[in-house]
Design a protein around this ligand. Sequence first.
Ligand code: SF4
Length: 486
Amino acid sequence: MLKFPENPEKSKEKAKRIISKKFKTPIFAPYFQIVMSTPGTVAFHTLGCKLNFSETSSIRRSFESHGFTTVDFEDGADLYVLNTCSVTEFADKKCRYEVRRALKYSPDAKIVVVGCYAQLKPEEIASIPGVDLVLGAGEKFNILNYVDNLVKAPGKGLVKAGEIREVNSFYDAFSFGDRTRSFLKVQDGCDYKCTFCTIPKARGRSRSDSLENVIANARKIAELGVKEIVLTGVNLGDFGNGTEVIEGIRPKKEATFIDLIKALDRVEGIERYRISSIEPNLLTDEIIDFVASSQKFMPHFHIPLQSGSDRILKSMQRRYLRELYRRRVDYIRKVIPDCCIGVDVIVGFPGETETDFTESYEFIKDMDVSYLHVFTYSERSDTPAASMPGRVPMEVRRERNEMLRILSQKKKKQFADRFAGTVRPVLLEKDSNTDSLWSGFTDNYLKIKIKAENREENNIIQVSLGSYDPLTDCVTAVPAEDLVIA
Ligand code: SF4
């Protein structure tokens, strides 16, 4: 049985010793083995989106407030929590891989799997050797109640995943500590019925935090010293069931997304906000105008398009046609000329002919957008699209993906080159690969890297921009104060 540590401070000290790399030398190996078996250490691994990261971070804090100590995955924990994703390709393989990796570092560890994939395929996951517990969408935030009595499963792991239609409570979450920026969850679930998507089945109906609680969380994040918040959700623009309000089905009673961003704009201490992604039908002119006028909401929109062919959009059951998307892009360019505009596209959706793809490609090529996220369609069981006729051969899907990837590189370069020689603000962030560099994004989402020396993380500095380097996917940059004026 896994127990909470009796003396959290003592446990923390031991965990620190585990983290200290010197204890990994052979001479300390026997001691290391003993320390590893101490109850009360936990390690996490997150797959998927910003929402999952915010939720893992909140789950981690609740473990820590109950006396557990978080250690790195490789340092051997008593308990591993894997937060899975169903959108990721090969979700099953990735989950199996992480379970094996956890057991390699800590053979007796207990393993709990949560997240979208856990809700969709709980029995499958419970059968993975080494998995002790699978928690669905309604149970994952009660994880502490389960691990208290968790015993190592001799065979198949235990499953606690109810029907997704019964999941209707909202659990707030925000990330802190793992990254410089904080991902703040304000909405969950989705009521749309896009025919390729498993998310509504994994996360349930659309529901939101209250405006008051979001503001309270933003204040907490500001008190922690964070300067940039990324608003996250499954269908962010639907905050407060905004779809119904925008489509005129229900009169406005509660706060919708525009009310939310106006209120957040007034929170002291937070200097930058980004909207992680917003459906084109929900991105109203009012929202665009507000972002244009705000000092805090960054000039950056990520807007899923999925296809530039109306025939395919209809088959996907998206809630707009391509002209609406084009109007959004044109209006953004009109009121925020420097704005970064990112686009999600799916290639190889069932029935996508060469003509449909060419139409889609030309549509995107002609729009003034800044980068693309290209997804190759893959069949997901229990979705209407999986049984649609017109399956596109995998090699054709790959070719189309490659064409759009090349188009994305061109768009990135064209967008970045507009700003060569200009000065823009960047928030300095940890670089995941090295300590000698900071990475960061300009207000309009151009990625840069600069030498870390003499500069501190979480500072906003002015940088002079050079050209886009496709090898690093960054724009060359020099801190403006280092420029020598000849
Ligand atoms: S809007 Fe469509 S693609 Fe996005 S989560 Fe909802 S159903 Fe899935």
